[in-house]
Design a protein around this ligand. Sequence first.
Ligand code: ADP
Ligand code: MG
Length: 693
Amino acid sequence: MASDLDRPVTSLTGVGDRRALVLENIAVRTIGDLLHVLPRRYLDRSVESVITDLSEGQEVTVVGTVESTETIPGRRPRVQMTIRDDSERLTCVWFGRYAAADRYSPGDSVAVAGKLKRYRGCVQMVHPEVEAVGGEEDDDRIHTGRVIPLYTTSEEMKDAGLSTRTLRGLIRQALDTCPIEDPVPDWIRKETGMLGRGEALSLLHFPEDTADVDRARDSLAYGEALEVQLWALRRRLAAGPSLSSSKSGTLARELMDGLPFELTGGQLRALEEIQFDLQSGRQMHRLLQGDVGSGKTLVALLAALTVVEGGGQVAIMAPTEVLAEQHGQTLRGLLGGFDVVVTVVTGSRPRAEREASRSLIAAGQVSIVVGTHTLIQEDAIFKNLQLAVIDEQHRFGVDQRSALGEKGDGEAPHMLVMTATPIPRSLSLTLYGHLDVSVIDELPPGRKPITTGWRLAADRSKALMFARDQVEAGRQAYVVYPRIEGSKTSEMKAASEAHAELQGGVFVGHSLGLLHGRMKAEDKLSVMDRFRAGDLDVLVSTTVVEVGVDVPNATVMMVEHAERFGLSQLHQLRGRVGRGPHDSYCILVVDPDGDLTEDAHQRLEAMVRSDDGFEIAEEDLRIRGSGQLFGTRQAGLPEFRFVDLVRHTGLIETARGYAGRLLETDPDLAEHPLLARRIARLEEAGFRVPTAG
Ligand code: ADP
Ligand code: MG
């Protein structure tokens, strides 16, 4: 059931084999693909001005004749093209190399658009858009007298005659000859006021004004968001049955009663939601979000006990050995009085021990298995795995996460995934829209706010002295060094050198530990143990301490080269302190190679301004922009063309609401075959939103 949008581009007049090949290089094979080529910019040719009438700073379009083009060499080489109309001359300047200017010769008619400058009596435009005018299609209504779209064209495309002008003609032809069905049902479109797909694509390429472009983009974004939400909700509804032995939660209750503190409201709510899922008879897929230090581990443990009580096994997977061992210790500590066997499985435990654990697990004599990715290796066999918990899930790939889910024998275990730091709503709905979400939105009471400040490298020794004062008052401190681009060795070197320098300098007489990724696992663990036990006063470390480490007596987090860290990473690091009853401090030392970049400055200021992970996550997205969500591609984030995760939070939420309503009446999308087809394609194409029918 192919639609017109699936027709090959060669079905358009003017596209032969040669052009088709060139178009394929920009991923355009079908008419649908062509219509989804985004205009790079628009040129307003509805009002064309006369040069003399124009004033400084105006955005204008001017049509004139080329008088000369020249390349001016020098320290800042530039290309200059002078054009004139009936009134005056205008000089266009492009700094650097500008290949396109070669294409125009004296006598050509061109339209140029940009911001006007008057400079020493001359009229100038810097880096304007240019477009040839005239030729056979002179009076064609799509190229003149209106807002016209400009497309990015490669040299190869131009050689094949595919100029921005030709593309514009082809797109017009496609719009005129190809009926475009709207996947979004009429009633949703009416209620939301969104444009249909045909109209939106048409306005995207041929708008009357910039407001049209925004409307077109939002409407197309809405369509994308709706499809992704439908996909996510359907996946959620498709969760299979699970082993549904009823669990009363007695063990969990007993553990709670024995704790020296009360669970926070957020923890209790999350636990209730999880326990409800565990008893629902359907497989749980739940994301547990909470700020750093909100006590996610404890909630996971209580959930684990609920499963253990019903006779099931639980696997808890952590991203590092340090964290796995820490969880093991925490669990054993908390479960002291309980008859629940906990085993830690990591790659660096001795072989004999690993094999012994393996057979105990396979025999069902272990209830809770904590480990790293070793848990998902081929030879790990569980007896009755009913719950898989994945801590700091962003550290794992999609495959690793689902591999743990496949370790159940027979039926799939319940899945509980936890994030290290909160993520923005728009991102969470998109990336984890297929999961149910529990949010722990408060920290345990009595946490002191962490005083955060950033300092220039000149004040580094003051910062260090402050840390020493804390150590002398009985507290502990972290000093963290960043990963250095492309080199694990230099990160290690920076930390090792600092360790030597600090031990012989400001911290003389105190005991310093060193922790970096190149150390043997057992050495790492023994350093962490000594730090936790208070034998070490200061831990000089690379970012290995970033996630999860919990040492309540530590009160200073000093981050070197803080300008190199991402915002959520800084927030994670800061979360290593403020875990006990003492006032805590986070000192960000800044030592850029050149000037501090604006983005880095904004990140540092955001850290000082807020200690709320949810706020920081939104800020991070805003600073980075939607296009640069680094690394999220593999993690299953759909590749949107129109959705902007910074601007479109509201739109995504609305789309989710409508997706839910639609599925209530048509769960299999039987009455919406077009949507069903597009959603199937979404998955096939590795989450690239389809351009097809
Ligand atoms: P995260 O959510 O970052 O993984 P953790 O689970 O490591 O946080 O918990 C941080 C610390 O808070 C731990 O030392 C834990 O024992 C403690 N904690 C957890 N819940 C509470 C509570 N309700 N009241 C007081 N302390 C708590
Ligand atoms: Mg944690």
